[in-house]
Write a protein that binds this ligand. Structure first.
Ligand SMILES: Nc1ncnc2c1ncn2[C@@H]1O[C@H](COP(=O)(O)OP(=O)(O)O)[C@@H](O)[C@H]1O
Ligand SMILES: [Mg+2]
Length: 282
């Protein structure tokens, strides 16, 4: 397999990158990735959204874009990334994934280095790269997260999702102990519930993994999200005043502090026991 693309990879400029991750599937990673991209683009940030879920790719469907080619074509050397990128709403660049070829679930580590180099060499540079990912922390997810500035761990408040989120956090911490990881509680009924969920996970994280887990944000369980998804539109565009849209904008505001800081530290963040201490800012 030729995984090099056509141009010799040469990183042009580092940009801030966020890898979404979760334990359980269906907790809202794709929804958050797409809407976070819209919100950041709305603040004038140049965003590239990459579908790293090579087995169940659906970012393109949620955004209503129809890619002619997907990341598989790049992995097999049949297209450059610039030929694959499609423009989504608000000018967000989308690198879609395709049908889930078995070979792509067993990529060598070097393939991920080449992917990040190629993303840094896109003709139109980005300020932020957002990776949607598969559920669980398989090789693909951990290799993408390990090369990102930061991981955003998404969970639903239910206990089963929390157990899986903790397991995912453990794998991430083992793969790259210094990777900053923040929590996003999706589907919460209130801010109090989101904070309770965060408290449970961060307590376990501190006690058993020896690292703090900041709360990057929370998004309510909102029917507007599902209705927008049926129309293949991010809720932030379909219903900008919906409670979920407002919370995703706050999440984007939080990440604006990192733009231009590819190492994943926000202004004013402190080191704590070798781990970044991302704290919710709203
Ligand atoms: N905050 C929310 N409120 C209501 N429904 C949501 C919310 N977030 C996600 N959903 C719905 O949950 C389902 C799974 O979301 P999705 O983003 O595909 O999850 P994942 O990518 O983690 O598998 C979708 O039907 C989506 O519309
Ligand atoms: Mg998904």
């Amino acid at each position: 397999m030729n995984t090099s693309g056509r141009k010799p990879p040469r990183a042009r400029r580092p940009c801030f990158s966020i890898a979404l991750a979760s334990g359980k599937g269906g907790v809202g990673k794709t929804t958050i990735a797409a809407n976070l991209a819209m919100a950041l683009a709305g603040f004038g940030t140049r965003v590239t959204l990459v579908d790293g879920d090579l087995s169940l790719a659906n970012l393109d469907v949620l955004l209503g874009v129809i890619p002619e080619r997907t990341i598989e074509h790049w992995f097999f050397g049949d297209a450059t990334l610039d030929e694959i990128v499609v423009e989504g709403p608000r000018g967000v660049r989308v690198v879609a994934a395709g049908s889930g070829l078995q070979e792509l679930t067993q990529l060598p580590e070097a393939a991920f280095d080449r992917l990040f180099d190629a993303l840094a060499c896109l003709e139109d540079p980005s300020d932020v790269l957002i990776f949607d990912n598969a559920a669980g922390i398989g090789t693909q997810v951990s290799e993408i997260a390990a090369r990102s500035s930061r991981a955003l761990l998404v969970t639903w408040p239910e206990p089963a999702a929390l157990v899986d989120a903790y397991a995912a956090l453990k794998v991430l911490a083992r793969r790259k102990p210094e990777l900053p990881v923040g929590l996003l509680v999706n589907g919460a009924r209130s801010e109090q519930e989101a904070r309770r969920v965060h408290h449970r996970l961060s307590t376990a994280s501190e006690r058993f993994l020896g690292r703090r887990l900041g709360l990057d944000g929370w998004v309510p369980d909102d029917r507007a999200v599902r209705e927008a998804a049926i129309d293949q539109r991010p809720v932030l565009l379909a219903e900008p005043m919906a409670p979920s849209s407002r919370q995703i904008e706050l999440l984007a505001t939080h990440f604006l502090h990192y733009v231009g800081r590819p190492w994943g530290a926000a202004v004013g963040e402190r080191w704590s026991e070798g781990t970044r201490t991302g704290e919710i800012v709203h």
